[in-house]
Design a protein around this ligand. Sequence first.
Ligand code: 16G
Ligand code: MG
Length: 570
Amino acid sequence: MGDEWGHSDFGPESALERTVQVGQDLLDMDPEAVRKYSALHAKPDGLVLQYGTAGFRTKAERLDHVMFRMGLLAVLRSKQTKSTIGVMVTASHNPEEDNGVKLVDPLGEMLAPSWEEHATCLANAEERDVWRVLMDISEKAAVNLQQEAFVVIGRDTRPSSERLSQSVIDGVTVLGGQFHDYGLLTTPQLHYMVYCRNSSGRYGEATVDGYYQKLSTAFVELTKQAFCGGNEYRSLKVDCANGVGALKLREMEPYFSQGLSVQLFNDGTKGKLNHLCGADFVKSHQRPPQGMEMKSSERCCSFDGDADRIVYYYSDTDGHFHLIDGDKIATLISSFLKELLVEIGESLNIGVVQTAYANGSSTRYLEEVMKVPVYCTKTGVKHLHHKAQEFDVGVYFEANGHGTVLFSKAAEMKIKQLAKELEDKKRKAAQMLANVIDLFNQAAGDAISDMLVIEAILALKGLTVQEWDALYTDLPNRQLKVKVADRQVISTTDAERQAVTPPGLQEAINDLVKKYKLSRAFVRPSGTEDVVRVYAEADSQESADSLAHEVSLAVFQLAGGVGERPHPGF
Ligand code: 16G
Ligand code: MG
């Protein structure tokens, strides 16, 4: 926790929210109590799990011990940082039977890498070693055990989530930590709560109402000018993946409905979570979700199961489906921000951060047409987020729809000051930027917040969804998965764009890529599934498909493929 924000006071409490103060008898860390409770959340024999790209994720029935232990770990992390720590119970876009957990660090960001290692160690410790591992971590990380601890917890709508979040709470209380259970939240809402609490409320009020108020006020202010002329931009269809996003968007709608009306689909009342719907399904299958009534040229979007990703799409008059992914969202947002920055005439730098999955056309458009610098990082939000912090205005988006914009403290102060001082057009631009800062979730990519930003920009610029889509044409691409005995035999460099091992694989990929026009391909071990991912793009869909297939075969042969050989036609 930086001194910038000072010591956390653990934030405000609302009378409606459930806060539990643990009994005095548990305030001291007691090895016997930990042993006893740990046995009630016993680890299945031989189970080894890894704190992956987005925390632990597997079948819900295997996670009870991990939840309890992450409750323990959150207490240590809270003591060490003297701040509130978040624990989110969700498996995002995974099937309903899965679940997962991740910890949220003091400024609402992902857990620090050294603590990911501690998390893995603790999750895999044998029952008898749990206390010792806790003490080891405390020693290595110089945790002051006398310090108080406070943990906030959120969960998605999976049937298993309530019980699993109870196990987290058991872990927190047995180590004498205090907690606040927010119950159902989107993942980005939990990130927001953590940030608010550790900024003593300066970032916002740490309640769902505070979140709705902050974002909606900024949205309504921002779009005031745009909505006087008519209501053609005012309606949007939202596929909520049958997840928590539906509940939260419905709760929030009255706060912003004067600027936008949303029609919810897959709201959890009928279908199964993430089943044939949601942002991940739409992006990876490049087709509309089930259950969405799409009329030609209507603007539609999909959230994922925990509402931290968003993609847009529409169907044209010929019934063709058009996907507008995270890359095109980043382009729309960066061009809007760049215009406003030019207007206010301050030399605030802007940078766009992508991953290797970004469509080549988007990178080219950003660099050559918009003249903004583009950076590539490894897959996973923490990498993009970290890089984006280097700029006054750092835009980051993964092609899959996870992203946000970060404003440096200095840029935010400058912009908010200019919004008061400047005259006329410049002042208007600064005020718009000030509202945009409040509308973006500065802690994590957030489907609801991004949706409101996008809707505001489209309305202000008078852009239809087709005009937005026409900014550039995506290069045809294909993603495939290959099963191998041990995916760790593949190691990569250059932000995952080059394979270092196994020997010969990169050379094989290079030779294959040369056979096609405008082509590119890379492979990487997944951080969330036991597979190797293959990405290829080229000048036509046939070429992209064929290149992806050939690269899959190379992976299968050189990296120890198991099961059936990849066959063309997927
Ligand atoms: C997780 C990551 C996402 C990444 C994806 C890659 C977070 C919050 N989420 O969903 O950023 O794109 O994993 O999955 O970090 P993969 O490693 O299986 O391809
Ligand atoms: Mg998600």
